[in-house]
Design a protein around this ligand. Structure first.
Ligand code: GDP
Length: 367
């Protein structure tokens, strides 16, 4: 049910049906004197930001206000799904405002990862997508790594202006903001005492000081994220929850690796060599002969090749294949939303199978 009421916190139009959507309030809340959407309610009473989501177009309509302000934009992305979480329309949305790019979930990378290279790669990937980024940081919202340095630089770059936090769903935006809230409430209970509505509907403003605010924007839904094509159960399996342990396979040509049944890598041509896999420790990797791979997939998808579970099978797009001739050493093949396979020696031809719409890509190895 769409109601005629607006949230007295952020001003958004209230609805009582879509719990994850913007403006949700349970029916019982409509009778209260101060009617708040669930998101504002949680912020007010629990000091906690909860994510709501919007499509790209709705978001565009909502946030054109950012263009007309002098603000710093902090764009959070997931380092395991850069393609799926980098918002390519950001310059259109925010105009000339400066961007700080933040790669979240760094706690999941093996300790040996070259973070400097990762930052460089993120920066050039953003540049290729048309994003002019002032600085790039790696953080863990969950563990707190890199947060102090980032907040220090946010303070530097915002020049007394507001800070908009933008990101697609699942990148860890709520975890990040909740951490910032905790930090500032630890010092002086600024949020609970002076929390006020954002100037744009659906934005939540969290005062940083008397003059400026941190503004949480709704998460954008990017359909091209693996997270949208798998069940909740499978998402738990493919999302790393701890530091990734690399798994190395010495492959001969004409061998195949299945990543569960969600993706596949065929070693078509080249000398025997190591393929180093960086995926959630819970994702089963299955090695087979290339000549048996099609049949195995047909017979064992959802069984031996797991995930997908039944629910995922219904929504997962069919696998499509791209062939790469990799002449250089030390390349990573990225499987969006899953992880990557590093090929230290190179001089190989491989075929990469990923769900349609989630194209694989190559980069210089991070290790
Ligand atoms: P939002 O949709 O962007 O608000 O994302 P959430 O804050 O709800 O986080 C999505 C998922 O990622 C949750 O399961 C979080 O626990 C997890 N997460 C968020 N930040 C981190 C992080 O820094 N490291 C790890 N390992 N997981 C994270």
């Amino acid at each position: 049910m769409n109601t005629k009421l607006n949230c007295q916190g952020c001003g958004v139009h209230l609805q009582t049906e879509d719990k994850e959507g913007i403006g949700y309030a349970p029916k019982s809340a409509l009778k209260r004197e101060e009617v708040l959407c669930k998101r504002c309610f949680r912020l007010k009473h629990y000091n906690e930001i909860q994510d709501v989501s919007l499509t790209d177009d709705d978001f565009l309509n909502m946030v054109s206000a950012i263009r007309d302000t002098n603000a710093l934009v902090v764009h959070l992305i997931d380092i395991f799904d850069v393609e799926g979480t980098l918002i390519k329309s950001l310059p259109r949305i925010i105009g000339d405002n400066p961007i700080i790019l933040v790669g979240n979930k760094v706690d999941l990378l093996p300790k040996s990862t070259n973070k400097r290279k990762l930052v460089q790669w993120l920066q050039s990937t953003a540049k290729d997508a048309g994003l002019h980024v002032k600085e790039t940081f790696l953080i863990s919202s969950k563990k707190g790594q890199g947060i102090d340095e980032l907040t220090f630089q946010m303070e530097n770059h915002r020049k007394n202006g507001d800070v908009y936090i933008v990101g697609t769903t699942n990148v860890g935006k709520s975890t990040f903001i909740n951490r910032l809230i905790k930090q500032s409430t630890g010092e002086n209970n600024v949020i609970t005492t002076s929390y006020f509505p954002g100037t744009t509907l659906g934005f939540i403003s969290i005062p940083l000081n008397n003059k400026s605010s941190l503004i949480d924007t709704p998460g954008i839904v990017n359909r091209q994220q693996m997270a949208h094509y798998v069940s909740e159960h499978d998402l738990k399996i493919i999302t790393p929850d701890k530091e990734i342990k690399p798994r190395t396979y010495q492959l001969n040509s004409q061998q195949t690796l299945f990543l569960g049944g969600l993706a596949r890598l065929d070693f078509i041509k080249g000398e025997k060599q190591p393929f180093v896999c960086y995926f959630s420790n819970h994702l089963k990797i299955h090695r087979t002969k290339l000549e048996n791979a099609d049949q195995l997939y047909k017979n064992q998808i959802g069984d031996l090749l797991f995930p997908p579970d039944l629910e995922t099978l219904e929504i997962l797009p069919p696998l499509t294949e791209s062939t790469y001739r990799i002449t250089e050493k030390k390349k990573d093949i990225i499987f969006p939303g899953l992880g990557w396979v590093s090929i230290p020696e190179g001089n190989v031809t491989v075929a990469v199978h990923t769900p349609k719409g989630l194209a694989a890509s190559l980069r210089k190895s991070l290790l």
